[in-house]
Every structure is written in C-alpha cells, then in structure tokens.
Ligand binder design. Structure first.
Ligand SMILES: *Cc1c(COP(=O)(O)O)cnc(C)c1O
Length: 361
C-alpha cells in the first residue's frame, strides 16, 4: 500500500441498476414507461442554445417558483437539486452531524448507508417486521436523525400518514427526512405535515412519476430555516448544480398536472393487474403502492429467474440478494406490453424451470 493511500477516503459505492446500451425490456430501475409531459419536448426544441455559454441560475428560481406554486408553499420552502440523490446527499451532509446514530430501516434504499459511510455519520438500522413493515416504535429512541422512504423501497409498502406523523412527533429534537420518491403512486404525502413540524423535510423526485430520470431533478420541501441551511451547504459545494435544460424541463413538467395524473393512473392500473397475474403464476407479491412489485416464488429460485430473464428474454429486473430478500426480485411496472412480455415469458418458462436441472442453458 502506498503511503498516501491511508489518507484516501475509501467508500463502498452505491451500485446503480444496469443501464444496458442495447434495446431490452427494462424493468430494473423504476423508470417511467411513458414519455415526459409534451411541453418538455417543446421547451427543449425551442431552447436558445446561445444562452448555454452563460451559467444557469444558481437558485433555479423558475423551478423553485413552479414547485412552490404547485404545492402551495413559499419559494423559501423549496430546495432543488440534481435528482433527489443530490438533494438527499446534501441533507445527510447538512443535518446529520450528531454523535448519535441516525436511524433507517434495515431493508431500504441502499444509498442511505453509502452516504452515512461517505460522510462518516454513525447509523443504526431498524429491522422491518416479518411482513416487511416499518415499525414506528423502533424510531422512538435516542438518535441523530431519521430517514426512510415512503413507500419504502424495494418493498413498495406504504406507511399510513398517521404512523409517519407518529415518528416525526416523537423526534422533535432531530431532523426527520421522508423520502417520497414513489408517493405519487401511493397515497397522502407528509407535505401535509410541513407546517406542523419544524423538524420535517420531505424529498421528492421527477425521476419516477414525472418521467424525467434522465434530466436529474429532485427537490426538498420544508420550512424556510432548514431550506436556508440546505442552500448554505449547496453553495459551499457547487453553486450551479442544475443545468438550464433541466430547469426548463422541470418547469414544463410541473405545469402539466393533467398529464401527470393520467400517467400515474395508468401505472397504478397496470400495477394492480400485474400483481394479479404474478399471483396467478404462483408468485407472492408484497402489496406495493409504488411503481414496482417486490415478488418471490415459493417453488423457483428467483436469482436464477432473474438471470434467465436477462439472458434469454432480454428482460431486466432487479435482484439484490442479501438477508431476508435473497428470494425476492423487484419488477418495475412498465407499459402494459412490457408486462405482457414478462408474464408471457414466465408463463412459458416456469414449467421448464421445474424440469430443468441446469437453467442456464
Ligand atoms: C429513485 C429513488 C431516489 C432517487 O431518485 P433520483 O433519480 O436521484 O431523483 C431516491 N430515493 C428512492 C427511495 C428512490 O427509489
């Protein structure tokens, strides 16, 4: 080992889902199967590219104003960033500086552990119960902050707002972050509680329900004080985080409420239908309220199924392995045709899996 290596910050990075270059049926990273709002294309086509020589607005004021208007909050209550990963990372850096451990579920978005390690934040994981549910009482103890997704990932299970409020209310001395990447597919948002609890931050993204994963747009909504602290950290890191194009696309997406709601409706419909079809094939699925389904099969090894789907059918789903979830795959709810392809392949393949010893050939 070189002498300088001992001073290198070493981290075990987050492993993103694959982004294959060839065309495949992509049900592995919870992207939206539908295009973004039509206004997004219009605004990009009409962009004055001469302006690209200038830096973007560091405050992304147009996007902040659009979101503030949409949610009926003040512009000083909105923070925007390069995807919610950027926003969440900034939140970890800004708010989790206690000696006490932060708390998050043991089975959850795997980035939390990575940021905690990166920023050297102590953490403890609260185990989900045997039904993969968050147990709110686990969060009623001394801690340096709390974060959880609602719905949780990769389970898709939604925690009722009263339970979420229970966690926030019992932790008034620390910051509680609710990561609502999938809430638009689920139910009531913790945004309802923003005025009531000054320790609450709600983080959402344009990557899932708004079909803009490729543009990298995320945001946090909270009270002006916490948003100010977030901006102070951001301006100490990189002032120009969002591109002119991302800001303009984000504004257009927010404008088109009807398109947004229609897209969500279609995905929920496909999700509920697909859950039924998977059950018909013998799968057992958690009752996901997100745009993905976490499923297991009592008879077949899902890791093999994951590999077979990828190699034989070019259908990508997500598999992690690891304690308690080694027999689960996560399937993004795609367009109806994508789900038909998946289900059709499985229907043909499952009986063969039963017979075959070696499934890989
Ligand atoms: C997808 C996702 C995010 C991050 O999405 P961005 O594309 O960075 O906005 C954050 N949290 C959870 C739980 C997610 O699933």
């Amino acid at each position: 080992m070189k002498a300088f290596e001992k001073n290198i910050r070493k981290v075990e990075p987050y492993v993103p889902g694959e982004q294959p270059r060839q065309t495949v049926i992509k049900l592995n990273t919870n992207e939206n199967p539908y295009p973004p709002a039509p206004g997004v294309r219009r605004v990009l086509k009409g962009m004055d590219t001469d302006r690209f020589r200038l830096y973007p607005d560091p405050a992304a004021g147009d996007l902040v104003a659009a979101l503030a208007g949409y949610y009926g909050v003040g512009e000083d209550q909105v923070f925007v960033g390069v995807g919610s990963d950027d926003v969440l990372s900034m939140c970890f850096l800004t708010f989790f500086n206690s000696e006490k451990p932060i708390l998050f579920p043991d089975i959850t978005y795997s980035f939390y552990k990575v940021w905690a390690d990166l920023y050297r934040i102590p953490y403890e994981c609260c185990p989900l119960d045997e039904d993969f549910c968050i147990v709110k009482e686990d969060y009623f103890r001394e801690n340096g902050g709390i974060i959880f997704p609602n719905p949780n990932a990769p389970t898709g299970l939604y925690l009722e707002l009263s339970e979420v409020e229970g966690i926030i209310g019992r932790n008034r001395d620390v910051i509680v972050i609710v990561d609502e990447a999938y809430v638009d597919f689920a139910g009531r948002s913790a945004l309802e509680l923003i005025e009531k609890y000054d320790n609450l931050i709600v983080v959402q993204t344009f990557s899932k329900a708004r079909s803009l994963a490729g543009m990298r747009i995320g945001y946090a909504i909270s009270n002006p004080l916490l948003i100010r602290y977030l901006n102070d950290a951001k301006y100490s890191f990189n002032s120009y985080t969002m591109s002119q194009a991302a800001i303009a696309c984000g504004v257009e997406a927010v404008k088109d409420k009807a398109y947004f709601e229609e897209g969500i409706r279609k995905i929920i419909k496909t999700r509920e239908w697909a859950k039924g079809e998977l059950k018909r094939l013998g799968f057992s699925c958690l009752d996901s309220k997100a745009n993905f389904i976490f499923a297991t099969h009592p008879k077949y090894d899902v890791k093999k199924m994951f590999e077979v789907l990828k190699d034989k059918a070019r259908i990508y789903v997500r598999y992690w392995g690891g304690e308690r979830i080694e027999q689960y795959i996560r399937i993004t709810v795609g367009a109806k045709e994508d789900m038909d392809a998946l289900l059709g392949f499985l229907e043909g393949y499952l009986p063969a899996m039963e017979r075959a010893e070696d499934l890989s050939d």
